[in-house]
Design a protein around this ligand. Sequence first.
Ligand SMILES: [Zn+2]
Length: 478
Amino acid sequence: MVRCWIRICLRSVLLGWALSQTVQASEGFSQWFDTFKASATDAELHDFLYGMPKGGDLHQHLSGSIFSEWWWALALGPPAQGEVFYTRLQFGNCAPIGRASEHEQLLFQTISQYRYDQLAACERGLFTELSQLKPAEQQAWMNSVRLDQPSEGRDEFFETHWQRLGDVIANPWIMAEALALHIKAFADEGLVYLEPQITLMGYRDQTGRALSPGDVASIFRARLKQPDVVDTGVTLRFQQSILRFLPNAEAQLKQAYRIVSEEPEWVAVNMVGREDDDRGHPLRFLETIRGLRQQYPNVRLSIHAGEVDEPNYHVRDTLLLGADRIGHGFNLISDPQTLVQMRHGPYLIEINLISNLLLEYVSELSQHPFPEYLRLGVPVALATDDRGMWDSTMTDEYFVAVKSFNLSWDELRLLIKNSIQYSFLTSESKSGLLNALGARLMAFEKHWQTQDPTQIGVLKSGPKRGFICRNYDLCERQ
Ligand SMILES: [Zn+2]
């Protein structure tokens, strides 16, 4: 008993030491960064931030994080395990009068062979095998799952992207390979921890046979054991997400708790889905979650809340559900009482700047409450949400934050630290990661401090993807 107390005490001391190492900048580096920031071009700043050690990403959906060109390669390559896909290139009036077509009339909706075989001949004529698309059609297919046009926004994202990907995201071997690509790209950007939302429900094999969550977890696990992923050194934990506005969301929530209690890498439950659909409001789940808490001791909650335009009490109500972290928390700014209570508190807001901009919760980033939360002392961390569909990176999130809100080096260090401290890792694992991260940040500062901050130049160190190229003048320099 006494030894146990000593161990807990020692862990707290170690975590406290590791935290102070991560927050504390080298002597004089904050000033170096201010001078650099004042004179750097956008390209120089982006390159600097690409190389910066970054901690974790606590809010990302695997199925929204995959770049269009990756989807294309995955659907037509070995990860598909021989599954053949067809995509809708035409509209037609094939369904008998009085009966809606089984499939929504959505351009580039992609279905598996087994589903294609079940269609009437008239409907089959509207679909083309994915491998047979002409180059212009291939480009259009890839464009159809990223928000790259000014006319596209919230409805395009919520109502067409996922539906178009259709059966591709129901293939667990494709999703496991997508996760491997995802981890490697984040490791290249200097991240050491990821906590993606990866459902284990709803997968099928090539014949359309449903796969159990345990079978799917084994497929992911086998891919993550391969050396290319292991060598990244990225620590991983996963969240099981459910769609909150569905009629059977309570049943899904119960299944999600079962999954987290059975699969060691899945540590938390999340609830997703557009919040302007009131059917998924937080208090709908209070009774169910209280019932589940009677049974399960080990399930953490990070829940989307406040990702809406209008004021409401969704953040407060979501804390009542037991969430330790809030996804977005965008409208917390309109609930002063909860906002004040969250200052210097134990709950973190996962900030998704590019997501909130592209989904039209703000028309420009200067309207975003992030700096208010940060500078009031509400714990926050930057995250990418669905960066595959934004065609952006974690570096871009830091870049737009620095550009829009003049972040200091100490604030960057705080955001990096928070992304580990508020993770769902054990305190022992957090200490280890924070120590390693503190050392990497120290080395990074030492490297730059020897150089004139006004003469850095463009390093061409990281990829510049669609979002950043469309919105900032830094891509033609490559
Ligand atoms: Zn999200």
